[in-house]
Structure formats: C-alpha cells, structure tokens
Write a protein that binds this ligand. Structure first.
Ligand SMILES: [Ca+2]
Ligand SMILES: [Ca+2]
Ligand SMILES: [Ca+2]
Ligand SMILES: [Ca+2]
Length: 413
C-alpha cells in the first residue's frame, strides 16, 4: 500500500486495524493450546457440572479454580477471580483481567470448547475505562470470527450475539468461509486500545492500570435476535437495517478520536458523533456487517443531521485487501434530519486505497464507516463539533447469479 498522505492516517488506520490483530492473534492462539479439553462447565477440572437445556458451555466464574483454562496472551497481564460484589455480575465471582497497557495486543481467551450445534454467545462485561471491545470465537485451525462494541466506563453490559452475526476477521482465513460450530475451540475478548502503530492512533490509548471483568459466558443452541434486521420490500428487494442505534451500547467502534453517544432522537435513539480538530482527519464510527449476504446491494441509506456545515464520508470496506469505496456527503448544517440515499454506483475507490479487481464487490463488504472530515468541519470555541447519524440501511436486489444457484440446488440434495 502507498505511504499514508499527510492527515490521512486516521482513515488508513481504520483498514489496518484488524489485519494486525489477526497477524498477532493467530500465533497467540497457537501458543495457547486448549488446556482442559471438555471442561465446558466452568473449567474446574472436575467432572463437568450438569448444563441447563440449550446450554453447551457455561462459565460462571465463581471459584478460584474457574480461572483454569482462561489465558492472558500478553506478558505482565493477569487473570483472576474476583469476589468484589460491584465487579461480579451474577453469583459470587467473576473473571478479572488486570493490565497496564503500553503498546501491545491486550486480549485473553478460553480454549478447549466443544460446542457443536452452537447458535449464540452471551456474556456480561465491564471495564474501568471506555473500551473498544472485540469478542469472538475461533475454530480449532485458527479461523477467527468476531464482532465489536463500544464498552462504556464502569458499567456492566450484557451482550447476546448470534454466531451468524459474527464476521470472519480480516487476515484470518477459513477454508470454507463459514463459522462451523462443531469446530469451535476458543472464545476471545480483546481490548482494542493501545495497539501498536496506526491501530493505536485510530482506536485510542489508555494509560495506567486497567481492569476488565467478565461473567456468565454462555454458548448455547438458541438463536438470539440478530443485530441486523432484514425486511422484504414489496418490490422484491430487501432492506437490511445495519444500525438504528436502539441498543444499550454502540455495536461499533469509534475511530479518529470521536466520542460516540446514544442520544434521544426523532425516532427513538440516534448516534451522536462528537469530533474534535486534532491529528486525525477522519473521525467517526465503524460498524460491522457480520456475515450478511450483500450480493445485489443497490443503495446505502443514512439519516444525518448537524447544526453546522460538515462533510461526512460514507465508506464501504471490502474484506481481504480492505479496498475502501467512499461517497462524500455535504451536510447543510441547518440542524434538521436529512435522508441520504446513495446508489452503489456513486461510491468511488478511495485515493488511499487499492483494489485488485478495480470494482466494488458487495459480497465482500465487511464494514460500513461513517466519518466526519474534521479538516473541513465547523467547530466551536473548544474545537469540537457533532454530527448525529441514524438508520443506516442497505437496500439489496436479487443477488447476481441467484437464479442459476436455484436451478442447481436440487442436484446438491
Ligand atoms: Ca459469576
Ligand atoms: Ca469454517
Ligand atoms: Ca434510531
Ligand atoms: Ca473489489
């Protein structure tokens, strides 16, 4: 890739984030072999406890021995069981991750899972400071699937995720490109702050001792509501709601120093992106697209409002080479909501990005990015400004080649 242009580093960083994570994580997984095979009922090393119906693995993290099998992957970081009531979500104990981040990859994992038939992952998590958190599952051969969210400071958050909503981590390979529950071996939690280089600059740095608590990790056979809502439209098309921001936390990551807040809006909640003029030009949010089938994508919709003139870049990122396609939207700054409907054909390859086939491949998209151009935005006396976003939707027609697949389908049965 070309060297980053002056001021473009924030943008570039967005698309190197996960690559480095994958590079580091795969060897990390290799050097941390599953230590307690089959200990799916809490890792005590004793005979597995009886599990409730629909539960394939459960970590209630109640006793000191329950830390067995959980492994921090960076030297100088530790895992233990805490009994401090405020830091326990349920029962008498929770897992405590202690780390004083410098520049590294701060993550921990539990191996030894055996969860064929798994459909969902749930857990409760809390951190001392605001944390961009990646969570996910890994197949035994290292293929990694994950999602991320913005964890607020010092507040328990209960997370439920469908395995179908997790996405193959860029840089991670899977021979069949799908998450196979019968091959899952590892669950991982990763504070994305303090990563080396561009990643650290994009996702932020923390200083001083940090703690992260985890409780009630459950892998089950029950599907939970998807974070993506798909509706069939009367014209035969599909509407996929990527984000309506009606959740407890932001299921995305802030980049370029943005502060993300869920705020009351005309339709429930919306996402307020507060940006600041600083070293990073592009400031905003990255939203994952899970394992959605986006072939046939025709249009990207978003509602935006801003009290001052602002330029917002709507970016689609392919997995693999992480080609960036973008469409700049000019906000009038009249404080009113405005709906933007951008045909896919209007997205152009970013100047700082390359694509091996020179075309936007909707089936390859992994994230949507909404970022404000802080170099060309109005700010207040404190150097701050804000843009509010809501209802990020994708409109898809029939996938190209779908008819052919349907014809072929009976032969495969
Ligand atoms: Ca517990
Ligand atoms: Ca697979
Ligand atoms: Ca909303
Ligand atoms: Ca492409």
């Amino acid at each position: 890739m070309p060297a980053p242009l002056e001021g473009e580093s924030g943008m570039r960083a967005i698309y190197v984030i996960a690559t480095l994570a994958a590079v580091l994580l795969v060897p990390a997984l290799a050097r941390c072999q599953p230590p307690v095979p089959g200990a799916t009922a809490g890792g005590t090393g004793e005979a597995p406890k009886a599990l409730p119906p629909g539960v394939l693995a459960q970590f209630d993290l109640e006793n000191e021995a329950d830390v067995q099998g959980w492994a921090p992957l960076v030297e100088g970081t530790t895992l233990s069981i805490t009994h401090e009531p405020a830091n326990v979500r349920q029962g008498q104990g929770a897992l405590q991750f202690d780390y004083t981040p410098v520049e590294d990859y701060y993550l921990f994992q539990r191996g030894g899972l055996q969860v064929p038939g798994a459909k969902s992952l749930s857990f409760s998590v809390k951190a001392t400071e605001k944390t961009p958190l990646l969570y996910g599952l890994g197949e035994g051969d290292g293929s990694a699937y994950d999602a991320f969210l913005e964890l607020p400071a010092n507040k328990w958050v209960d997370v439920q995720a469908n395995l179908a909503d997790l996405q193959l981590r860029p840089g991670s390979v899977d021979e069949n490109n799908q998450l196979d529950a019968d091959q899952l071996a590892t669950v991982v939690f990763f504070d994305l702050c303090n990563m080396p280089g561009e990643d650290g600059r994009a996702l932020g740095w923390k200083k001083g001792p940090q703690k992260l608590w985890l409780d009630n990790v459950i892998i089950g056979t029950q599907e939970v509501p998807s974070v993506f809502r798909t509706e069939d439209l009367p014209n035969g098309k599909r509407r996929i709601v990527v984000a309506d921001f009606e959740s407890q936390v932001v299921r995305g990551l802030d980049v370029g120093g943005a502060v993300l807040d869920l705020v009351p809006a005309d339709r429930g909640q919306a996402l307020k992106i507060t940006y600041r003029v600083g070293p990073e030009r592009w400031s905003g949010v990255v939203l994952g697209l899970g394992s959605l089938d986006l072939r046939g994508l025709e249009q990207v919709k978003v509602r935006l409002k801003s009290a001052a003139k602002a330029a917002v870049n709507l970016v689609l990122e392919e997995r693999g080479d992480k080609s960036h396609y973008e469409r700049l939207l000019d906000l009038e700054g009249n404080g009113a909501w405005h709906s933007y409907e951008v045909p896919v054909a209007e997205f152009t390859l970013s100047e700082t990005s390359e694509d091996e086939n020179g075309q936007l491949d909707p089936g390859e998209l992994r994230v949507v990015i909404v970022v404000v151009d802080t170099y060309n935005a109005v700010v207040d006396a404190q150097g701050q400004g804000a843009v509010t976003a809501d209802d990020i939707e994708l409109i898809c027609g029939p996938a190209p080649g779908a008819t052919q697949e349907r014809t072929l389908a009976p032969e495969t049965k």
